[in-house]
Design a protein. Structure first.
Length: 255
């Protein structure tokens, strides 16, 4: 099946409905929703519905440690300062990478572009941001980030689409120690030098991290896995669809 061009996302029957249909079909193929939940929770072989309900109830009672992103002060690809306060009030997706990376980073960028294309179809796009933190600021300067963003990331889009995306997607650089500390201590994601690996001289995580409007990490997603990216989109939609603003829009549409 031919897919829509990157720069011109389809506005057909609705992204989220299609996603839900795909997920349901996957669940049926795996032996039903119950089996899928059991597998996704890491419980091993499928259990009875009663056992799974008990396990779900027990899991929900377990306190999950909150991870709050610490303050940072960095610079985007156009030389503008960006800090945590600028992102407050938005849901934002973070990842770590660098331009010289020839291993996972190109696929991560492509995957994030697909996420951005889907988010642009949502009515909540103005409340969403995407943030790439470099782990290689010695090479990923403001100028290098701008050239890469404009000529590579935005290459498939029209001028109007480029203008829109520039307001939502930030490529940040700054002090190396601060960036690495932010990855390891702030986001709990490993990073280290690997000089013997020319394709990836700095080893880093390929996770996409969803952060809520208060700066608290919601969850981690495999940026190289389309199923995990779908989970990310569904989580964002579920959270923003419950906001008073979303409910007001629904009321206006129905009346």
């Amino acid at each position: 099946m031919a897919s829509a061009p990157m720069g011109s996302p389809s506005r057909g029957p609705g992204l989220l409905s299609s996603i839900l249909i795909i997920l349901i079909a996957a669940a049926i193929t795996a032996g039903g929703v119950v089996a899928l939940v059991a597998w996704d929770r890491g419980w091993g072989s499928p259990r009875s519905p009663e056992d799974i309900e008990k396990q779900l109830a027990q899991d929900d009672k377990q306190p999950k440690p909150a991870i709050v992103v610490p303050p940072f002060q960095l610079t985007d690809q156009y030389g503008a300062p960006v800090d945590l306060n600028l992102l407050k009030g938005k849901y934002w997706i973070a990842d770590f990478g660098f331009i010289r990376c020839k291993a996972v980073c190109p696929a991560m960028t492509s995957g994030m572009r697909q996420v951005a294309d889907a988010l642009r179809l949502m009515p909540y796009w103005d409340r969403i941001a995407i943030v790439r933190f470099t782990v290689d600021p010695e090479h990923d300067t403001v100028e290098a980030n701008r050239e890469y963003f404009d000529n590579v990331v935005l290459a498939p889009y029209t001028d109007d689409e480029k203008k829109d995306i520039r307001e939502h997607w930030f490529f940040l650089t700054g002090d190396k120690n601060a960036l690495w500390k932010l990855s390891e201590e702030g986001f709990k994601l490993p990073v280290e030098d690997d000089a013997d690996n020319p394709a990836m001289p700095i080893t880093h995580s390929s996770k996409f991290v969803l952060v809520d409007p208060a700066g608290q990490i919601v969850d981690y997603y495999n940026g190289l896995d389309s199923k995990d990216r779908t989970k990310l989109l569904l989580e964002i939609n579920a959270r923003l669809d419950r906001t008073p603003e979303a409910q007001l829009e629904k009321f206006k549409e129905e009346n």
